[in-house]
Write a protein that binds this ligand. Structure first.
Ligand SMILES: Cc1cc2nc3c(=O)[nH]c(=O)nc-3n(C[C@H](O)[C@H](O)[C@H](O)COP(=O)(O)OP(=O)(O)OC[C@H]3O[C@@H](n4cnc5c(N)ncnc54)[C@H](O)[C@@H]3O)c2cc1C
Length: 388
């Protein structure tokens, strides 16, 4: 993959600052040099390359958009471009970084006490401590407000009961940021690994996001210190603001996956000889490649604009929904077309297209499904709520 050539048909690089290009290129080079050589073996074995976590810390990509506490304090566009490059490698790699930065470090940074920030953020930024984010339950996915997990006040501590399902990094996390109801109101609380009554199980046999740890979290009468509650937020607004930050990153990340399979399909079409000519010379093959570069270019522009809206504090969560929805869909369609161009070879893991395609089936579902995001945008433009 050292020959990866990122598509930039509309010279979008001209819209980026020198710093944004530099950050993007350093992550791009790292993915090519360190991650691409190992991803297929990890995908086969269904393991995450945990030995690379310290390097992610050194690269400064963990919580990269946050200020202070050892975080890089980069611009929203730089943060997005980091995720684009990581997902060019694999959605599991981008998921790891999104969960750590957007779903765990962000809420500690935004809603935590000074003590919580000092305790967790510097080590999380270095990759010395790993986080997970427990919102979804087996029976409450798109409707997290129905969650059953609850906190009870027991005087000098809380007691946590319930379970969470489909939790990225769950089994490997040093700390879980758990959404639970206290007196009927959703709160975010830090639960440390090893706390009695807190256990995890790996969700096995996934076709998708194989190089990512996905888990169940179980809480049975877990005593959690009151100091672990994130005091700065109450209600679903807490977890939803984390999701908004993560979805922002996915809008960029999905473009990276689409760029990867486009590049693979383009090069394949120029080298694959059929009927004594490269298949790139056939009009129908060109049409597929043109569809891909057309949609990737639109996706790049959407993501870039999202960054600018965020930087000027004009970003609304429906903007994020539109971009997350569009870019995941377009990336999945690119995978399907790229697989078609690769013919039979496209189904083997000698090529990356099937891995990206399978991964994107999760990415289009998690952090709000494709249809839920349609309903969020629909609610914004019509004023009518069709979600419930
Ligand atoms: C690999 C992976 C990793 C994940 N990591 C995490 C994590 O780290 N933390 C976490 O908390 N969660 C995580 N999730 C969970 C993820 O966020 C949920 O799967 C997602 O929110 C969808 O919920 P669900 O799977 O229960 O689907 P459901 O909510 O059951 O939806 C099923 C279908 O019904 C549709 N639907 C539901 N409600 C409506 C409606 N009102 N109107 C129209 N259609 C509707 C959906 O669009 C979908 O097509 C992960 C999931 C996966 C697959």
């Amino acid at each position: 993959m050292s020959s990866y050539k990122a598509p930039d048909f509309y010279q979008i690089d001209d819209l980026l600052t020198e710093e944004e290009c530099m950050v993007r290129d350093s992550v791009r080079d790292w993915v090519s040099a360190e991650f691409m050589p190992v991803i297929e073996e990890h995908n086969r074995a269904a393991t995450f390359p945990a030995d690379l976590i310290p390097q992610l810390g050194e690269l400064g990509v963990l919580g990269a958009g946050l200020e202070g506490y050892g975080c890089a304090g980069l611009s929203p566009t730089s943060y997005g471009l980091i995720l684009q490059e990581l997902e060019r490698g694999d959605s599991g790699l981008r998921s790891f970084v999104s969960v750590q930065g957007s779903l765990c470090m962000f809420p500690i940074h935004a809603y935590g006490t000074e003590e919580q920030k000092q305790k967790w953020l510097p080590k999380m930024a270095k990759g010395e401590l790993i986080g997970c984010f427990g919102l979804t339950e087996a029976d409450f996915g798109s409707n997290p407000g129905g969650m059953l997990t609850r906190l009870d006040d027991a005087g000098d501590h809380y007691v946590l009961n319930g379970s969470k399902y489909w939790i990225t990094n769950g089994c490997v996390a040093d700390v879980a940021i758990v959404s639970a109801k206290l007196d009927g109101v959703v709160r975010l609380i830090l639960v440390e690994k090893g706390t009695p009554g807190y256990s995890t199980n790996t969700i096995k046999n996934k076709f998708s996001l194989r190089a990512s740890v996905t888990s169940e979290l179980v809480f049975e009468d877990v005593k959690v210190p009151k100091a672990n509650l994130l005091p700065g937020v109450e209600g679903l607004k807490g977890p939803l603001s984390c999701l908004n930050s993560a979805r922002y990153g996915i809008a960029f990340g999905a473009v990276g996956a689409a760029m990867a399979v486009y590049d693979e399909a383009l090069r394949y079409s120029q080298n694959r000889i059929m009927f004594d000519r490269p298949i790139a010379r056939f009009q129908l093959v060109q049409n597929k490649l043109v569809w891909m570069i057309n949609e990737i270019t639109k996706g790049q522009l959407l993501a870039w604009r999202l960054g600018k809206l965020k930087e000027s504090h004009k970003l609304h969560h429906s903007h994020v929904s539109l971009a997350k929805r569009n870019n995941c869909w377009m990336a999945l369609e690119c995978c399907r077309l790229a697989r078609d161009i690769l013919g039979a070879n496209g189904i083997t893991d000698e090529y990356q297209v099937m891995r990206h395609m399978c991964n994107l089936e999760s990415v289009i579902t998690y952090e709000g499904t494709h249809d839920i995001h349609a309903l969020i945008v629909g609610r914004e433009i019509t004023g009518e709520n069709a979600i419930m």
